[in-house]
Design a protein around this ligand. Structure first.
Ligand SMILES: CC(C)(COP(=O)(O)OP(=O)(O)OC[C@H]1O[C@@H](n2cnc3c(N)ncnc32)[C@H](O)[C@@H]1OP(=O)(O)O)[C@@H](O)C(=O)NCCC(=O)NCCS
Length: 187
């Protein structure tokens, strides 16, 4: 499957997504150890996932496949959603579905790359996210990439009979130090 080096880090790169990868995504969404951390718990299937991918690609939405740089293996995806073009804000989401890649810095690096895209290519001012309070790995990865905790959306998620808060986090353009895009500007 061809992938394209849109934004490149030391461990991974971000590539346009490919609808042919729909089975991979359905596999990850079906794995509760992965999916318990995601807001979408409704039934996921090949048809809906392929349609989702095709629609997002046709609409040109900034969602990317995360590819391991050393092996060109698809390990996850990340993207900017609900972009407010007037206020210049967006919501960030990420999923690394290949669990053997967890805790190795891929999440932090993919997050930094998409922040670079958001702030330095499409000129956003604020990038926001929400994460379940029990997802400590994600909170740590986001903090390493520069996000700050700004509050809580109280008891807004329920699973296995218990309610949980979302931790709300954001980062501003002037709090982010570009690592990749600025390398291409020769003044
Ligand atoms: C969340 C996710 C993107 C993070 O990516 P990652 O590559 O695993 O993250 P990183 O390796 O960059 O950072 C993880 C950090 O959390 C730490 N960590 C792991 N488990 C932890 C825990 N239970 N408590 C506190 N810290 C923890 C790791 O040690 C690491 O910190 P360190 O580098 O200081 O040692 C990825 O694990 C994932 O996609 N998980 C499943 C789906 C998901 O949760 N998506 C996010 C929904 S908001």
């Amino acid at each position: 499957m061809p992938y394209f080096k849109r934004l490149v880090g030391k461990k991974c790169y971000l590539s346009p997504m490919n609808p042919e990868d729909a089975p991979k995504y359905v596999g990850w969404f079906s794995d509760l150890e992965v999916a318990v951390n995601l807001k979408t718990q409704m039934n996921i299937n090949l048809l809906s996932e392929r349609e989702f991918l095709e629609k997002n690609l046709k609409d040109g939405n900034p969602i990317f496949a995360i590819i391991d740089l050393a092996t060109d293996k698809l390990i996850g995806n990340c993207g900017l959603h609900d972009i407010g073009w007037v206020g210049r804000h967006a919501e960030f989401g990420i999923l690394i579905g290949e669990k053997e890649y967890w805790n190795k810095g891929y999440g932090e690096e993919a997050t930094r790359l998409i922040l670079d895209f958001g702030f330095n290519i499409i000129n956003l001012h604020n990038i926001f996210l929400k994460v379940m309070e029990f997802n400590k790995r994600a909170v740590r990865a986001y903090e390493k990439a520069g996000f700050k905790q700004i509050g809580r959306w109280r008891k807004a998620f329920q699973i296995a009979g218990k309610r949980y808060d979302f931790i709300l986090m954001d980062i501003l353009a002037d709090e982010y130090e570009s690592g990749y895009v600025k390398n291409f500007i020769k003044e």
